[in-house]
Design a protein around this ligand. Structure first.
Ligand SMILES: Nc1ncnc2c1ncn2[C@@H]1O[C@H](COP(=O)(O)OP(=O)(O)OP(=O)(O)O)[C@@H](O)[C@H]1O
Ligand SMILES: [Mg+2]
Length: 304
């Protein structure tokens, strides 16, 4: 492959780096960290209503959220890392530790130009590259092995696949929060059986969905949400960069991007165009998914 720009080096460098990750996964000791408890300052305020509330159904009397069971999480693609120590789970463990290291580093240097350190966006150039699979496993892995509670947010109003696979299609979520339709954030956040992991579905499934999605700025809602959550890590399952404007609107707000590339499927030009759109984010981790470089490998990661 001809290499012309810095961005066009990335896939080759990620593929090379994958081998390094594999060696590390096989040799490195992987100490487990104590599980966190939820920060006492989470959700300190009521959701501020918009000056003109967006259309949709107000959720003042919403039923208490159910708990997402292990079985549902696994059916949605969560690797059963608690039961098996397969290489893919070791790789997620390595990626989550890189993401947490980046969060800690970014928090120390935090300025208004560097985005919210604890907000991590998972995106890709095109649909179906593995964003929801990576988001779910990254969030679960940070919750289990890391040191902080995690909120996994479905920010893909078009595909809603994470919400669908977690059986949360009836629940209000990010769109209601963004539209000022939910009295309390606690009513929207759904706990899971993975300690320290909770989920915010996309929501907006009542009447007026079209108008609500058109009116609510996902980037604005996510920024307000993250500021409310204190030090909680927020992992966004975002739409693909070349399909909607949300990833580029979110790029200056997030502390880092995990950019998923489906190995041998995504075209170089698409990756370059997508990376240009999210260039305002100071830290982008390229994650090569579904690789066939070795029999069991599934992805590799590389920061630039
Ligand atoms: N590393 C992997 N190993 C095995 N299966 C995978 C892997 N990554 C993704 N998949 C599978 O590929 C399919 C697409 O993945 P996923 O739904 O995560 O993509 P997506 O980028 O979120 O798609 P969309 O853009 O439609 O939201 C799913 O069936 C998922 O389980
Ligand atoms: Mg998805």
């Amino acid at each position: 492959m001809t290499v012309q720009t810095k961005a066009s080096h990335l896939i080759e460098r990620a593929a090379k780096h994958l081998r390094g990750l594999e060696e590390l996964a096989q040799s490195a000791p992987l100490p487990s960290a104590p599980l966190p408890s939820a920060p006492s300052q989470a959700f300190p305020e009521q959701t501020p209503p918009l000056a003109t509330p967006a259309p949709g159904v107000a959720v003042s009397d919403v039923a208490a959220p159910p708990t997402v069971e292990f079985q549902v999480l696994e059916q949605a693609g969560m690797i059963p890392w608690g039961r098996k120590r397969e290489r893919v789970s070791e790789e997620f463990r390595l990626v989550q530790s890189q993401v947490l290291r980046q969060i800690d580093g970014a928090a120390k240097l935090a300025t208004s130009a560097t985005g919210l350190a604890n907000l991590v966006m998972v995106t890709s150039a095109r649909p179906n590259e593995g964003k929801s699979f990576i988001s779910l496993n990254l969030a679960a892995s940070i919750a289990h092995f890391g040191t902080r509670p995690v909120l996994l947010v479905d920010a893909d109003a078009k595909h809603t696949s994470l919400t669908y696979h977690l059986n949360l299609m009836e629940r209000p979520g990010l769109l209601e929060f963004g539209g000022g339709l939910a009295a309390r954030l606690e009513d929207l956040i759904v706990p899971t059986r993975v300690e320290a992991l909770s989920v915010l579905p996309i929501g907006g499934f009542g009447q007026g969905r079209g108008e609500l999605t058109a009116k609510v700025s996902v980037a604005n809602a996510v920024e307000r949400l993250t500021r409310r959550l204190g030090k909680m890590v927020v992992v966004l399952d975002a739409p693909p960069c070349l399909s909607t404007s949300d990833p580029s609107a979110l790029a200056p707000v997030v502390g880092q991007v995990v950019f998923v590339v489906e190995a041998e499927q995504t075209r170089r030009g698409e990756v370059e165009a997508a990376l240009d759109l999210i260039a305002p984010c100071p830290s982008i981790m390229l994650l090569l998914n579904k690789t066939q470089l070795t029999t069991n490998s599934t992805f590799g990661a590389y920061y630039y």
